[in-house]
Design a protein. Structure first.
Length: 181
């Protein structure tokens, strides 16, 4: 392993720390984090390409090719069916109880995301992802937030219990592989 790849793995750990300590609604943490490195990147890349081919989505194939070149990928997801209990209606249901009932009736791991989702918990996920990419930027690690990697990780069962997952592939090289593709 090169010194750059070792540094990327270290930064992935720091990104996980940033995501974990990011503010959460009502102070309750429903975020899951996983770091993918080495040979484990190949099945993630393959699943992204496979999904793209099966659904005629070129951007999944493009992102899968980028994933194959990465040094690491951090996966950040939010646990299924979790609410804050504040009955805000942001999920589309009048109460958290109504949301929970609707969620229990619809959940499929082979879908890109499971839903419905609590607006506050999805916001928590966004803040955690933002905190993680800020840490990558501070350490000069090229990255890209990929919905496509999260979908593949969910389908592979790598983020059990998560309704929405995002992947953040990481690379240290002379040119950012996520631009001018």
């Amino acid at each position: 392993m090169t010194v750059e790849k070792q540094a990327v793995v270290t930064v992935a750990g720091l990104m996980a720390l940033s995501a974990r300590t990011a503010p959460k609604g009502r102070g309750v943490d429903k975020i899951e984090i996983n770091i993918v490195t080495g040979e484990d990147l190949a099945p993630l890349s393959a699943k992204m390409k496979e999904y793209g081919e099966a659904h005629d989505l070129a951007y999944f194939i493009r992102d899968g090719k980028s994933m194959a070149l990465c040094d690491a990928c951090i996966l950040i997801g939010v646990r299924v069916g979790t609410t804050t209990g504040i009955d805000c209606g942001g999920c589309g249901y009048p109460t958290c109880k109504d949301f929970s009932t609707a969620f229990s009736q619809k959940s499929d791991q082979n879908e890109p995301f499971a839903g419905p989702n609590c607006a506050i918990r999805i916001t928590d996920l966004g803040i955690a992802v933002g905190s993680a990419v800020k840490t990558a930027q501070i350490h000069n690690v090229d990255n890209r937030v990929m919905y496509t990697a999260g979908v593949a990780a969910r389908i592979l069962g790598w983020m059990p219990g998560c309704s929405v997952v995002y992947g953040i592939p990481l690379k240290a090289s002379g040119k950012n592989i996520f631009f001018d593709r």
